[in-house]
Design a protein around this ligand. Structure first.
Ligand SMILES: *[C@@H]1O[C@H](CO)[C@@H](O)[C@H](O)[C@H]1NC(C)=O
Ligand SMILES: *[C@@H]1O[C@H](CO)[C@@H](O)[C@H](O)[C@H]1NC(C)=O
Length: 349
């Protein structure tokens, strides 16, 4: 409760403007519509992250409970949905999770898939049971639409994990913000301009910080040639391109500045384009006011490594259809747009 008051206090002060800019508190957006979109039946309480396999199977994490942000079903455990984008009229199906996994405290956040040389699909899920941070490793069994829980990964360097990108069957890069470890600290960082958020490489043999100095490292993903890692800094409104080295360390290549809160990044495997779910007026995420709904915005970045990357707004909505978009993921002309706590949109481009 104390935390919410802290936010309210900040949200009233005009004099706090430079601080509020980090949340892009007041920007109103002109709508950009896409013709063939529908809300996805069955997904009503968030679709925080989406990862699509090369064969068109999309995994969707749902039901995230974020400190300070409303949940439409606070008592319902999180879920993972599957959608087969090869179908004419794809439906979302909830995946059954194997016995022995503590479903009651399942609070799924960022997800990432890895397919090994035998075709086994591993699903990494950032989890926040009881406000802690773990990474859950599952094996996907297509025959019965289930997830078999393989292990729970915890580490002192995985303090407050937001997103993850799989590098192997048990290794990954993860971004840490301070949202779950210390919500107040995260806001202080944001408002005081501290840059304590980082990227960690994890494998059973080695765990280390590989990049630091972010305001709030959020979405993370990898280029199709697997040479570059992209990190979205949500409160700094930008995307960092980092080069990946043989020792897994990351070095900074360039930063693309945007005018919106960039959340999850997804990559078109064919073109390398980066698709981003964004929050054009982030402060509204913390309101609970039907007159002031958090908007949604989808950006596409083409040729990020070139001198002049092209940034296109492909979708924007004031919250009347879709509230608080956090991810946009593409598969052969089919677009899925997910949200922090609201619904999910399926579009045919
Ligand atoms: C996706 O969006 C949510 C909502 O803000 C964000 O907190 C989360 O970190 C993002 N997940 C990924 C995978 O980036
Ligand atoms: C949001 O957009 C819809 C459609 O563009 C419009 O009808 C509605 O009045 C807008 N709502 C607000 C609060 O601006």
């Amino acid at each position: 409760m104390k935390k919410v008051k802290f936010l309210k206090l900040l949200s009233v002060g005009e004099s706090l403007n430079p601080w509020m800019n980090r949340l892009n508190a007041s920007r109103e957006i002109a709508p950009v519509t896409l013709p063939n979109c529908r809300l996805i039946k069955g997904i009503e309480t968030g679709s925080e992250d989406i990862d699509i396999l090369p064969n068109g199977l999309a995994f969707i994490s749902s039901g995230l409970k974020y400190p300070g942000i409303k949940s439409l079903a606070p008592d319902k455990p999180g879920e993972i949905f599957l959608m087969d984008l090869n179908e004419d009229d794809p439906r979302a199906v909830e995946l059954r999770i194997s016995r022995g996994f503590d479903l009651a405290s399942f609070n799924p956040h960022g997800i990432s898939t890895y397919v090994d040389t035998y075709g086994t699909v591993y699903l990494f899920v950032v989890n926040h049971p009881h406000q802690k941070s773990t990474v859950e490793l599952f094996k996907f069994v297509e025959a019965d639409n289930s997830l078999v829980h393989l292990k729970t990964i915890r580490h002192d360097l995985l303090t407050s994990v937001n997103d993850i990108v799989a590098m192997g069957p048990d290794s990954f890069y993860a971004t840490n913000d301070h949202y779950f470890s210390d919500f107040i600290l995260m806001f202080l960082e944001m408002f005081l301009g501290l840059t304590w958020s980082n990227v960690v490489y994890y494998s059973p043999e080695e765990v280390k910080e590989v990049a630091a100095g972010f305001y709030s490292a959020n979405g993370i993903n990898i280029s199709p040639d697997r040479k570059y890692i992209y990190v979205a800094d949500v409160f700094d409104h930008n995307v960092h391109v980092m080069e990946k080295h043989a020792d897994w360390n990351l070095t900074h290549v360039k930063t693309l500045q945007l005018d919106t809160l960039v959340d999850n990044l997804s990559i078109d495997p064919y073109t390398g384009d980066i698709w981003i779910g964004c929050h054009p007026n982030g402060m509204k995420l913390f309101y609970d006011d039907p007159e002031n709904l958090p908007a949604s915005e989808v950006l596409r970045i083409q040729n990020i490594l070139s001198e002049e990357p092209a940034v296109t707004r492909l979708y924007a909505d004031n919250g009347s259809v879709l509230q608080g978009s956090s991810v946009a993921s593409i598969y052969e002309g089919k677009l899925l747009i997910g949200t922090v706590f609201h619904r999910a949109l399926y579009c045919e481009l």
